[in-house]
Structures are given as structure tokens and as C-alpha cells.
Design a protein around this ligand. Structure first.
Ligand code: CAO
Length: 552
């Protein structure tokens, strides 16, 4: 009985792919179709199965080797149950055929296909097709990573495909705007199928193949901080159980991301479709591990199945309890949901509460409201809050700073731009009012009406929401006594404002009615400590209480 070679089959547009796992040992008896090794490139993970049943006499690869199509993985002595010589021949032929499939003609055709059918001159519609995906046909789309209208870069993953043996992401062949999506989650596709129509940006905006794929539509600012989760002891979190990591249900870019952070995917519970592990799951896991390291529990035990202690959202069929209707979140809400989730997980928040006595400020505002209105200005308490916050940003330089990515330096800003949370029909937007420290109350009030109006009408531009040093979220016009706003990273503080109310205040000899404005100041505890936070909130209260100091 002669041993036969098991070769790497047609694996699509990949060459020199790393063996991340060897699933068998010499001497093992394997079944036909039993996976022998797992390969992983930056875009795909796939298992290579045995083409025959039999006994492994020699392994030709080890973990860390790189292989290409046609390379021999192992020698197998075919067993009786495999059907003898006939099946050996089949296996050989199969491996051979796989090799033949990737003939030069076909691979150049695949490359042509992958570069789109039309020339990439600016503004042309380009069809993005499923490239050569090897020995796979009718593969399920398990994730659509973009939406119509999204701007994408060349090489940015658009969809994730998954067969029973492989997961791979299909990247965009051009930079441009997605004008139409031709697939949805659950569709099945084969090589050459059109995934999306893309309005080409001109073909020059390549991001390079090494760019880390971003989850969904998260902005640059949403990129997760590459946290050192070792808590000073790299051995604690960096010991990854390779076997469980290999078996985890995650896309290649999530795997790559987990490897970069030293997160053991085997311990991360997936909250995505069919329990798939998402970027957010990895972030939650890392955050949970970090919290446990910091609280002294140690990361060795910090690997709860729920992803850093955060239980995954169970997929509940609510219709069992009564009638339901499922609606999709608006695009802005999806984006802000990702941002607040990331900020809530990554920033150690504390909220400091205080009351500002705005009796005089309100008297001033009421006295000037009509006159301001005649000048086209809507004078609300928010303009005064912006001015007081600008003064605080100048007085406390750490409040007007951002942590560097390594977490070891502060970038102090010499400008004072403040974002304001605006409730719009499509979700929360944060337009920025620039140079607040250099503007008077009227000008700030004018800017506020301008940006909030444009935000509500959907006319705000991306640039209008960049460059903030601090944020204010006012629910004063709505109600409530206090809340805990979430800091917008990389800012380090946010001021929440609730509805003012008349309260009896003891003045030393009697209770006196005073108008109190509740302030809720949330801050990043890595940058600001509690005493400073109390001073900052006190400073803002003082400025609002004594308009003379504010208007100076
Ligand atoms: N206490 C009591 N009344 C207040 C107040 C406060 N703290 N702040 C504002 N008001 C009053 C205003 O004076 C105005 O009344 P008058 O017309 O009689 O003067 C009324 O409430 C409505 O104000 P407004 O909402 O039109 O204007 P604003 O400047 O206070 O706020 C804006 C503008 C855009 C911030 C606001 O409209 C908005 O969208 N707020 C929601 C923000 C939000 O959703 N935050 C939560 C985010 S999650 O962290």
C-alpha cells in the first residue's frame, strides 16, 4: 500500500498562506474530508480536508509554515474503508484537479474580474464581483459590512462569506461610493456574482492592502484603542489557546484584530449572526479582562465566556409573547450606537453632580430675551453654559486634552471647540461650535441655532462635527434632574445639563427661593481625578452664578 500526497487545493486568490493550526499528528487515522490543517491569510481562514481516509505517515507542514496551492501537506496511507486504490486515485485526481483549476488563464481572469469590468476613471459605475474563491460554490453571505451610500476604500471588506470550511471577506476592488448592494445577509453567491455597484472615486484612493478592516461604518475616531491588556504582566492575557482560537466563529479581520490585542477568541462569546464574534465582542472581552487585571483579580481568570463579563445579547423570539414588529435602526443611530458603546466600554467614567445657582443669570436672560429675539438671536441657557465651559477648558488644561494612543501622554489643545448634542429625527448628532472662548454670548447663541438647525434638517457636514475638545448635552428643554452622559473619546469630559427648578436654599438666616440648574459632569478618570472634577464642576457653577465673571 503506497502513501499518497495530500496537497493544498485551489484556494482562490491566495499565495503563501500561513498554517495557523495543524489538526492531526503523524500516526493518526483520518476520515475522508476530515480537516488536516487551518490556513489563515489577512482575508480568509480555511480548513484543508483530507482527500482520502487512511493513516498519516508523514506531516510536511507545521504551524507557522506557509503554503500555496499544490504544496504537499501530508502523506497518507489509504485505509481499506476508503475504497482502496480507486479512492486513492480519486483523491489524487481531486488534488490534481484542484491544482489544475488554478491555471494561469483562470487566475488572470479572476484578477481581471476582481479589478472591475469598467475602467476606473472618476465617477464610473463599477461592478464589484465575487472573486475566485477556490473550490466553493453557492457560499452564504453571513455579514454585509457596508450600506448603500457608504464611501469605501479600495481593499475595504464589503461582505463576509462562510462555507462549512472557510470564512472569507470580499474586499472592494475600487475606492468609491456604494450605489447599490446586490446581496444581503443570507444570500448565497458564487464566483463572478455581482456584490455591489460602486460609483468609482477615480481609482487613486487606495488604502493599501495592509489596512486593518474597520467594523461596519465606524469612523476613524471609532478605531478601538489598542489597549495593553496585559496589565504589566504580558503572560497573563497573551497565552492564547490556539486550538480554541482556531475553532472560534469569527471573520478573518476579527481574528487578526484579536491576535493584535492578544485576545483569546476561544473565550469570547459571539453576539453576531449565529453566534459570530464581532469587533465589539473582542473589545468587550479586552475591556473586561483589563478591568479584572486592574481590580487585582488577574486576567488568568478574566476570561468569562460572556466576553469580558458582558453577557451577549440573546437572540430572543419575542413573537412568542405577543405581536411584534422589527424595524431597522436609522444609519446615524447605528453609527452613534457603535461610538457610545465603544466609549462606554473603553473609558473609565465617573460623573460628578452639582447645582449652579442661575437665579441672576436667568433674570438677565429673561430681561434680554425679547431684545435678543428682535436681533434674530434665541437666547437659551445653553449659550451661557458654552461660555462657562470654555472658561473651564482654559482654566483646567487637562480638561482640554486628549490621551495619546499609548496612554502615556496628554495632548493639550490651545483652541476651544465645543460639541453640542442635538436631538434630530434621525438620531443624535454632535455639531461643533468653534473658538467658543473668543465669542460673545450672542454670537454663541447664533452659532447654536445655526448648527442645531442644520443638524435637524440633515444639512450638517462631516467637517462641522470634527475637532471638538469637550461636549455639552443639554436635556434642560426636556426634563429630568440628572443623568450620566458618556464621554466622546478622544475628549476627556462632557457636561450634562438638566432642567432648572426653583428650590428653597438656606442663606444663613432663612430659606430663599433660588433657581438651580443641575449639572452632571462625566469625565475620563484616567485623565481627571475626582477632586479636580469637583473643582471643575464648582468652577462652572460659579461662572454661571456670577455673570460678571462669565462676561469678562
Ligand atoms: N432648564 C430649563 N429650561 C431650559 C433649559 C434648562 N436647563 N435649557 C433650555 N431650556 C428652555 C429654553 O430656554 C427654551 O425655553 P424658552 O424658549 O422659553 O427660552 C426651551 O427650554 C427649549 O430650548 P431649546 O431646546 O430649543 O434650546 P436649547 O438651546 O436649550 O437646546 C439643543 C438646543 C439643540 C441642544 C436642543 O434642542 C437639543 O437637541 N437637546 C437634546 C440634546 C440631547 O438629546 N442630549 C442627550 C444626549 S445623550 O447624552
Amino acid at each position: 500500500m503506497s502513501a499518497q500526497e495530500i496537497k493544498v487545493p485551489d484556494i482562490g486568490d491566495f499565495d503563501s498562506v500561513e498554517v495557523i493550526e495543524v489538526l492531526v499528528s503523524e500516526g493518526d487515522t483520518v476520515e475522508q474530508e476530515q480537516p488536516l490543517i487551518t490556513l489563515e491569510s489577512d482575508k480568509a481562514t480555511l480548513e484543508v480536508p483530507s482527500t482520502v481516509a487512511g493513516k498519516i505517515t508523514e506531516l510536511k507542514v507545521s504551524e507557522g509554515s506557509t503554503v500555496s496551492e499544490g504544496d504537499v501537506i501530508a502523506m497518507i496511507e489509504a485505509g481499506e474503508e476508503s475504497g482502496g486504490d480507486e479512492s486513492q486515485d480519486d483523491g489524487d485526481e481531486q488534488a490534481q484537479e484542484s491544482g489544475d483549476d488554478a491555471s494561469e488563464d483562470e487566475s488572470s481572469e479572476a484578477t481581471e474580474q476582481a479589478s472591475g469590468d469598467e475602467q476606473s476613471g472618476g465617477g464610473e459605475t463599477v461592478e464589484v464581483k465575487v472573486p475566485d474563491i477556490g473550490d466553493f460554490d453557492s457560499v452564504e453571505v453571513i455579514e454585509v459590512l457596508v450600506s448603500e451610500g457608504d464611501e469605501v476604500e479600495k481593499e475595504q471588506p464589503l461582505i463576509t462569506l462562510e462555507s462549512d470550511k472557510a470564512t472569507l471577506e470580499v474586499p472592494s476592488t475600487e475606492a468609491g461610493t456604494i450605489s447599490e448592494l446586490k446581496v444581503s445577509e443570507g444570500s448565497t453567491v458564487s464566483e463572478g456574482d455581482v456584490i455591489a455597484l460602486l460609483q468609482s472615486a477615480g481609482g487613486s484612493k487606495s488604502s493599501g492592502g495592509d489596512k486593518k478592516p474597520e467594523p461596519g461604518t465606524a469612523s476613524q475616531d471609532d478605531k478601538p484603542v489598542e489597549a495593553d491588556v496585559s496589565g504589566g504582566d504580558p503572560s497573563k492575557l497573551k497565552s492564547v489557546d490556539e486550538e480554541r482560537f482556531g475553532k472560534a466563529h469569527a471573520s478573518p479581520s476579527v481574528r487578526k484584530y484579536a491576535r493584535e490585542l492578544g485576545a483569546d477568541l476561544g473565550n469570547v462569546k459571539g453576539s453576531g449572526h449565529k453566534g459570530r464574534i464581532t469587533f465589539e465582542d473582542v473589545q468587550s472581552y479586552v475591556k473586561g479582562a483589563l478591568d479584572q487585571v486592574q481590580s487585582g483579580k488577574g486576567a488568568g481568570t478574566a476570561a468569562p465566556a460572556g466576553g469580558g463579563g458582558v453577557p451577549a445579547q440573546p437572540d430572543i423570539d419575542f413573537s412568542q409573547f405577543g405581536e411584534v414588529e422589527v424595524t431597522e435602526l436609522p444609519r446615524i443611530r447605528k453609527i452613534s450606537a457603535k461610538a457610545v458603546h465603544k466609549n462606554w466600554l473603553l473609558i473609565p467614567h465617573v460623573t460628578q453632580f452639582d447645582n449652579a445657582d442661575i437665579t441672576e443669570m436667568e433674570a438677565f436672560r429673561q430681561a434680554n430675551k425679547e431684545k435678543a429675539k428682535a436681533d434674530g438671536v434665541k437666547l437659551t441657557p445653553l449659550a451661557f453654559l458654552l461660555k462657562a465651559s470654555a472658561a473651564a477648558l482654559k482654566k483646567f488644561p487637562d480638561l482640554n486634552s486628549s490621551l495619546t494612543a499609548d496612554g502615556e501622554h496628554l495632548v493639550h489643545k490651545k483652541y476651544v471647540n465645543i460639541a453640542v448634542a442635538v436631538d434630530t429625527p434621525n438620531g443624535l448628532l454632535m455639531p461643533v461650535i468653534k473658538d467658543v472662548d473668543k465669542k460673545g454670548i450672542y454670537q454663541i447663541a447664533r452659532d447654536l441655532v445655526d448648527v442645531s438647525g442644520r443638524a435637524r434638517e440633515g444639512k450638517i457636514k462631516g467637517d462641522d462635527m470634527k475637532g471638538a475638545c469637550f461636549s455639552i448635552s443639554s436635556l434642560g428643554g426636556v426634563g429630568g434632574t440628572a443623568f450620566t452622559p458618556i464621554v466622546n473619546s478622544p475628549e476627556v469630559g462632557i457636561l450634562g445639563v438638566s432642567k432648572h427648578s426653583w428650590q428653597p436654599v438656606w442663606n444663613g438666616s432663612e430659606f430663599e427661593p433660588r433657581l438651580l440648574l443641575p449639572l452632571s459632569f462625566s469625565y475620563d478618570h484616567r485623565v481627571i481625578d475626582g477632586a479636580k472634577a469637583a473643582r471643575i464642576t464648582g468652577f462652572i457653577s460659579e461662572k454661571l452664578s456670577d455673570l460678571r465673571t462669565l462676561l469678562l
